[in-house]
Each structure stands twice: as C-alpha cells, then as structure tokens.
Design a protein around this ligand. Structure first.
Ligand SMILES: [Mg+2]
Length: 270
C-alpha cells in the first residue's frame, strides 16, 4: 500500500450530532408544523438545534440506524419523514419503497436547504459547530503512529473549507497535506476521487487502500482495482458487515484495523 485514502464522515470524524441538528433545522424550516418537530421541541426546548443536546434521544438513535440506507443530504429528510410517521425502516427495500413515495421536488429542496442550514450554523457559531464533531481517537492514533508508511489522502463530499477546519479541530490537520484533500469539487463519486488521486500521485490503483463506512462506495472503487475496507465503527450496522463479508470486502474495527491496513502484528484486545 502506497496510499491510504480515507472517507471523512464515519471514518475520521463522527459527525452524527452535526448531521442530526442540521437535518432538524432543515426539516423545521420546510415543515414548521411537523408533529416530529413538536415532539422534539417538547423534550428539548426552544433554540437552535445546533445548540441542543440529543445524546440519549431515541429519535437520534433511530435516525442513526437509518443513515447507512441513504446516500445524500435529502436522505436525512427521508429518515426524519419516516420517524414522523413512526416507521421503522430496517432494510434497503423498505427504505427505497418509502423514499419513492416522497415528492422529488421536496427532496431537491431538502438537499439544497440542508447545505444552506449547515453554512448558517458554521458561520453563526464556528466554535459551537466544530464542537458538534467528534473524532475516533483509536483510529487517529494508529494513523499518526504509522504515518510514515503510506501517504494519507481524504476523499470527501464536504467542501474544502469545512474539511480543513474539521481536520484541524480533530487534531490531524498535519497528517493530510492540502493537495491530498479531495473534496466535493473533485466529483460526486468516490470513483472520481480515487481516479483523481491515482492520476495526481501516479500510483497504480492496486497500491491504494480506501476506507469508507459505506458499502456501495467500496463496491464502486473495488471495480477500479482499489483495495476496499469497511470501517465498522462508522455509520453502518451488523447488517452492512454481513453484506460486506458476502461480497469479500474486509470489515475492520478498532481492534484489527491496524493489521488489516498495514499487515503483520497481532490484533489489539482490550
Ligand atoms: Mg462516510
């Protein structure tokens, strides 16, 4: 492995709280009369969603469990709509069926407004916005310790400004050089990101390992010859781990990710 390429959300950064707050702000702006919003307001009070605590809220937990079933910002709206209707969407088929009942114009608006709400929250209180993001310290410690062994790149759907701010906030701003941050301007798919990386560094695909928490992204890049690894700590569940194994894609967790990525040694057990 010459290059270790990383997805950002769910691999390097735990962004669940920020995504949930941004999705709620978007949903409320589009559907102010929403019974789900009323339920959450009754429990959490008034104020900016980005400033409220949701740690043990069952709605956030259900939202989290649906995250692997979607791909884009509008999927957060789909999940909230499902929760408003007390629907448990536990597999891709049920999720896709529900998704197809929603007006495509509403989905488009949700997608656009989600990024508006995120920009507003970041501009209004940059420090508070950053604080909604957590790291995965066990993974970041391994990256730092083995940094000399492969170049580290980022392949993210975020904008460059957010990615750079967040990498610095998580304490790993020095591990990934600016030219190896491939952001949403590079393209919409991870295939576009990894193709750009392959060209930029003149490294064969087979020398690149890509860690993502989304199985469908990994399947796409595997077709290029990139080695795919599913980050089992990210936004996925045993449902995705089993599917990955069926497809021959390695699933790594904090105990064995160092061996899976760099080889050798024995797994760490707590
Ligand atoms: Mg991700």
């Amino acid at each position: 492995m010459k290059v270790l390429a990383l997805d950002f959300d769910g691999v390097v950064c735990d962004s669940l709280r920020e995504v949930f707050a941004t999705a709620l702000a978007t949903y409320e702006s589009m559907t102010p009369e929403s019974p789900l919003i009323a339920r959450l307001r009754a429990r959490r009070g008034a104020g900016r969603w980005h400033g409220l605590q949701f740690e043990s809220d069952p709605v956030m937990r259900s939202f989290e469990s649906m995250m692997p079933l979607g791909n884009r910002a509008e999927d957060f709206g789909v999940s909230l709509r499902a929760l408003e209707n007390f629907l448990e969407l536990t597999d891709q088929g049920a999720y896709d069926t529900f998704y197809n009942t929603i007006d495509p114009e509403w989905l488009k608006s949700f997608h656009r407004d989600f990024y508006v709400q995120r920009d507003l929250a970041r501009a209004f209180d940059t420090h508070g916005w950053l604080e909604l993001h957590a790291s995965y310290p066990r993974f970041l410690e391994i990256l730092r310790r083995r940094a000399a062994e492969a170049r580290i790149a980022l392949a993210t759907a975020k904008d460059r400004r957010s990615a750079e701010l967040l990498l610095a906030h998580l304490g790993v701003g020095d591990l990934i050089p600016a030219e190896l941050i491939l952001d949403k301007e590079t393209g919409v798919s991870k295939t576009a990101h990894l193709t750009a990386l392959h060209k930029r560094l003149d490294v064969p695909f087979t020398e690149i390992t890509f860690v993502d928490d989304k199985l469908n992204h990994l399947e796409a890049v595997a077709a290029l010859g990139v080695r795919p690894v599913l980050a089992g700590w990210g936004f996925n569940t045993p449902r995705e781990h089993a599917l990955a194994e069926e497809k021959g894609i390695a699933v790594a967790n904090f105990d064995d990710v160092e061996r899976v990525l760099y080889g050798g040694g024995t797994d760490v057990r707590e």
